[in-house]
Design a protein around this ligand. Structure first.
Ligand code: MN
Length: 478
């Protein structure tokens, strides 16, 4: 058993909790004794890696224990009652729930249509588990992360399929849970197996640019530190971060594949202690270097729908080089990297891990109401799309998928409003019902009594709620 991993797993804990984890370490070691992974290493190193990830995410000791034991029900003679007796009900529940979430890879048959059904089925289970206790999915994601790191050991065909599943399901899921770190890692691990040529080319180009800019970034870092020191701000850290390759690749598609147009390829991240300091730092940067118009983003005043908070600005920095800065507090940084896990890392909450999250509830409702294909369709429409915030004239916030239209907006508020809408005003100007909405738009709906939805609407609505309500109304009319 790896001593290093053992240490990482135990580090955040003490007292009884630490003892319980030590018990689980010994239990996992015994249960998996003699088993090896495809790579030839001791099997137990896999659950140890999973548990180390969970400990790193700041999760509670029972989740860490469940990570250590996540494969014992499936791969060893251990039974659920034994787990209950040794580690309590919660751990037994978490482990048995994770066990039901099989990777599609292992069961996907050759036929594409059956594979789709299986994917939907698997996702359905994941959603149900999330609704009950989000820790189940966090353990699954930690499991997938370690599998992704050891993809080389799988036969070619299976590893490609698994990598694809990571890009299609697990990484978007991590993104939706706000765990930026996990999302970026999963994508970058799967990327070379799904698009090997593109990966190799991009990795080579980026390495070249990073190498070229190394000295410049180092200069810039010490320049910024001195600048802040002069104005009496002592930052927690000033670091350069390079964009994750997969998200860079996706962004490049929108920028003619021109790397020089990606200003945040290498960005400087300044972490400070308080919110006022964030704005002070922004002021100092703008006094020193001229900002590019339209690139100052205040995600502290208006966070992204994912909850992301930070100040972004792009300036003509030293030697006129265009460089992006990101300024945030430690708390904001922690939340950006650890997302949902960060919210539950605080142990004094009354009912941890069972907080009501609107979209999880919504997913769990759909999965009860829809067939597997419809369910998968609605996932692709509503769940994995980037989200925007749109406002009612009264200032209420409506959360919609990107490019949703005023019709989607109306149905999101009330089905009557959707059924009877005739015209929209976006930011005070009359707009077609099919206009794609943007983040922070203010939308007003004009209705007409006895108006009925038009079949046309089905060609442009973006939410499954609008789609199903329109279909209902059309059916009724017949
Ligand atoms: Mn596993």
């Amino acid at each position: 058993m790896s001593k290093k991993l053992r240490k990482q797993i135990l580090a955040p804990f003490s007292g009884e909790e630490k003892k319980a984890i030590e018990h689980a370490l010994a239990f996992a070691d015994r249960a998996h004794a003699g088993q090896t992974r495809r790579s030839g290493e001791d099997y137990v190193n896999h659950p140890l890696n999973v548990a180390a990830t969970l400990a790193h995410l700041g999760l509670d000791y029972e989740t860490v224990i469940a990570g250590l034991l996540h494969d014992v029900l499936e791969d060893t003679v251990t039974s659920k009652p034994t787990l209950e007796k040794e580690f309590g009900e919660t751990v037994a529940f978490l482990v048995s729930s994770v066990t039901t979430l099989k990777d599609v890879d292992f069961i996907a048959p050759k036929e594409e249509s059956t594979a789709t059904k299986q994917l939907a089925e698997n996702f359905r289970k994941m959603v149900l588990a999330t609704a009950k206790d989000v820790r189940v999915v966090l353990i699954k994601l930690a499991d997938v992360l370690h599998n992704a790191k050891t993809l080389d050991a799988l036969p070619k065909e299976r590893r490609e399929r698994y990598a694809r599943e990571i890009l299609d399901i697990y990484a978007p899921l991590a993104a939706r849970l706000g765990i930026g770190e996990l999302k970026g890692d999963l994508e970058d691990l799967a990327f070379p197996y799904v698009h090997p040529k593109e990966y190799n080319e991009l990795a080579r180009r980026v390495a070249h640019v990073v190498e070229e800019n190394k000295a410049y970034i180092e200069h810039l870092k010490s320049h910024v530190k001195k600048l802040l020191e002069k104005s009496g701000i002592s930052p927690v850290s000033v670091d350069a971060r390079t964009k994750h390759l997969y998200s860079l690749w996706q962004k490049l598609e929108r920028y003619d594949n021109d790397l020089s147009k990606i200003y945040d390829l290498v960005a400087l991240r300044i972490i400070v202690r308080t919110v006022p300091e964030c704005y002070e730092v922004l002021g100092e940067l703008h006094k020193e270097w001229r900002p590019l118009p339209g690139r100052i983003k205040d995600y502290i005043a208006t966070p992204k729908p994912s909850g992301y908070r930070s100040l972004h600005t792009t300036v003509f920095a030293k030697e006129g080089k265009i460089t992006e800065f990101q300024v945030r507090t430690e708390e904001m940084h922690y939340e950006a990297e650890f997302g949902i896990a960060a919210h539950w890392a605080y142990k004094n909450e009354d009912e941890p891990f069972k907080k009501d999250i609107g979209w999880i509830q919504q997913l769990s409702d759909w999965q009860k109401a829809l067939g597997s294909e419809e369910f998968l369709e609605s996932l692709q429409i509503d769940f994995f799309k980037d989200r925007i915030f749109v406002f009612t004239p009264e200032g209420d916030v409506i959360n919609l998928p990107e490019e949703a239209t005023p019709v989607d907006f109306a149905y999101a508020i009330h089905s009557d409003l959707g059924d009877t809408c005739t015209l929209a005003k976006v930011n005070g100007k009359a707009a077609k019902l099919s206009t794609p909405l943007k983040n922070n738009d203010i939308v007003e709906i004009v209705t007409q009594k006895n108006k009925k939805p038009s079949r046309d609407w089905l060609t442009f609505v973006k939410t499954s709620k609008a789609r199903s309500k329109i279909r209902d109304a059309l059916r009724e009319e017949k």
